[in-house]
Every structure is written in structure tokens, then in C-alpha cells.
Design a binder for this molecule. Sequence first.
Ligand code: NAD
Ligand code: ZN
Length: 244
Amino acid sequence: MNDIQKAAELIKQSKHCIAFTGAGISVESGIPPFRGQGGLWNKYNPEILSLGYFYSYPESAWKEVKKLFYEFFGKAKPNKAHLALAELEKKGYLKTVITQNIDNLHQEAGSKSVIEFHGTAQHLECIECKSKYEPYLKIKNEDVPKCEKCNSVLKPAFIFFEESIPRQAFDDSTLHASKADLMIVVGTTGEVMPASTIPYACKRNGAKILEINPEHSLYTSKITSLYLQGKAGEVLPKIIKELL
Ligand code: NAD
Ligand code: ZN
């Protein structure tokens, strides 16, 4: 049996398979990761995601946030890896995707159950009264998008550096991690806390870990049961083909 066949077999035999994805799954959609060579932090100052900076200088923070997370991320389309995970769910093999990404590409690919661990760029939220808004008109027409009810500044609904994980996403992830007997980990270094702890929790609860990444992550030598070295958009479709 080759590794693709082994991966398909693991998925076939699992009763509660979930996926855990990071920036790597969106690389083939044209969105680079933050860190490493060619990473976004080489071009952008991470300060734009600091809450303190956002509150102190909303105008300049918004200028960069608009460029990066709406104009640039907004152009990306789901790739074969996102589509493969959506297909796995449709065919009944995958219960949910826990993603660290904020780009909405899993949903655009057709995944129905997506837990957004770091929130989403899909709406803006008032920092005071928590009212929600669609981003597009707001960011087109206003330099600093403001709440129509209380006139406070709106912030993208993804988390900035000093913020905590959205409660519901945290609870849902913990629950799935406790039920899972297989986790497919795709395109993540395992360096971003506390998201990085989810695969360990899964492993502790007895799950096998199937990992797809062109490079070793912090998980590979520690908890990965089967490591498939390669790009998500190439490896995942091969597994689907074998499986279906
Ligand atoms: P990360 O932990 O998400 O790591 C990126 C990983 O992707 C690396 O291990 C790299 O080897 C792997 N990778 C590169 N190309 C790949 C491919 N074609 N297929 C599979 N894997 C591939 O690191 P980060 O970018 O520093 O992210 C920090 C946080 O910011 C994470 O929570 C991440 O999800 C988020 N982020 C999100 C987006 C997005 O929404 N698309 C983009 C950048 C960062
Ligand atoms: Zn408000």
C-alpha cells in the first residue's frame, strides 16, 4: 500500500474525522502565509494587527487592513485543497473543518461545517456595541468605517494579536477534538497558540493524525501518524480519487 492508499484507508475507517487547516491551504489560492520566506510579514508590518495600534491610529491601521485583508485576500478563490475537503464532507467522510484562516475559502468551496478559530474577515464589528456590518460598502466609502448606531470604530471580525479566541469557536473545536478519531492537519506550522494545541488534544484523546505539508511542522515528528509531504492542492485530490 502506498501512502495515498494508506491515507484513504484511514479516512474510510474513521468514525469522526475532522480537518485542521492553516495558512498553507490557501497558498495555492495566492495568499502567502504570514511567516517565512515570501511571507506577508516581510511586506507588511505586523503592527497593523496589534489592537493597541488599531485603537491609537485607526486611520493608518485601516488603510493597511483594507489593502491586505479586503483588496488582496478578497480576490482569492478556493483551490483544489479547499474543494477536496468540501467533497469529503459532502460524501460523509468529514465532520468539520477547524480553520485558523480568516479568508472564507472553505465556505466558498462548499464546506458547510467550518469553525473559524480566529474569526473571519467576512464582517465588521463595532468595538463598542458589537453591531455587525457587511464590509464591502463600508470600506469602499469610509476611511475609518464607523458604527451607524453609536459612531464607534468598526473592526474586522477576526482576532488581532491581543485578542482571545471567539468563545463558540473554542468550545466547538474542543468538543470535536474530544470526539475525533482522525484529524487531517493541513498547512500549518503548529506555532500559533492556542490554536496549535488542538491537534495535541485530539491525539491525547486517541485520534490518529494525518498531516499534509510540503515542510515538516512542529507536529510531524511528535504526533503525526502519517505524513504526506507535498502541496495540499496536489495531495488532497489524490486521496479523494483513491477514496471515491
Ligand atoms: P501557519 O502556521 O499557518 O503555517 C503555514 C504552513 O503552510 C507552513 O507549515 C508551510 O510549510 C505550509 N505550506 C506552504 N505551502 C503549502 C501548500 N501549498 N500546501 C500545504 N501547506 C503549505 O503560519 P502563518 O502564516 O504564520 O499563520 C499565522 C496565523 O495567521 C495562522 O493562524 C494562519 O491561519 C493565519 N493566516 C491566515 C491566512 C488566511 O486566512 N489565508 C493567511 C496568513 C495567515
Ligand atoms: Zn456601535
